[in-house]
Design a protein around this ligand. Sequence first.
Ligand code: HPA
Length: 303
Amino acid sequence: MAARQMSVSSENAEQEMDYLRFGYSYEDIQNMAQNILKRTKHKPLLGIICGSGLGGLADLVDQPDIIPYSTIPDFPVSTVPGHVGKLVFGLLKGKPVVLMRGRFHYYEGYPMWKVAMPVRVMKAMGITTLIVTNAAGGINSTFNRGDIMIIKDHIDLPGLTGECVLIGKNDTRFGPRFPATVDIYDKELRDVAKQVATELGYGHILREGTYVMIGGPTFETVAEGKLLKMFGADAVGMSTVPEAVVAKHTGIKTFGISLITDLLAMEYDQATVTTHEDVLAIGQQRADDLQKLISAFVERIPL
Ligand code: HPA
């Protein structure tokens, strides 16, 4: 927070209020990006946000430059087990990438704008495409634990109820006041992923569907699970949507993928208790498959 505190004394009260309510200014984001880029030899074109237990992808990155969040002024730190808290720059299948090992969640107490701030920083560093991964609970009754779901669309439940990540003053240098979100998960990228998954023999675990974001940190009650199903959601989680919305707003192509770590109970007599440990355990089992899929996907996509 050092840089932010230094600037507080020289800014007027109104600017400070804007920061507290709406987050980093365009200039703050550009400065943060330039300062981070000074610490790596790479110039990333692709950003990857690793979900719970899915950070192993970083081990596939060649010539890595690793920057812990705690060493970046004004960058939040992730407080969740399974989220390490490092930026990893390097080459994945020869393509320049930046990986976030550890993301920020609304349920940690961060405002939405802070949860998605790294996406704006990645844009300022030059990325054109973003891959978001997450662990999610399966709602669709045909899903199994360990399935991989390509995100076709999402339901921004916090957004629909007044906590959209883009609430607040809009700086059009980031993007338009009223962005369209109908095509938020790029169709071409989804098609490439399906093709690659089939080639790798993952057709039987591959799904496509709608992800609904809840605020968390509670997992759903049976009644809430039924409600989310009625909404048309196939999987539920506590992340991804603010990042995808900010990416769309700022003109980044997005591809999203969920690892189905548990299935929601839709009846009281089948209710099993989901724990964060369950979520991490299945992540480890399927991590290899998901890593292979993502690296083959990265090799294939144009940047
Ligand atoms: N609900 C919400 N978030 C989750 C779940 C779930 O069942 N599983 C993994 N993340």
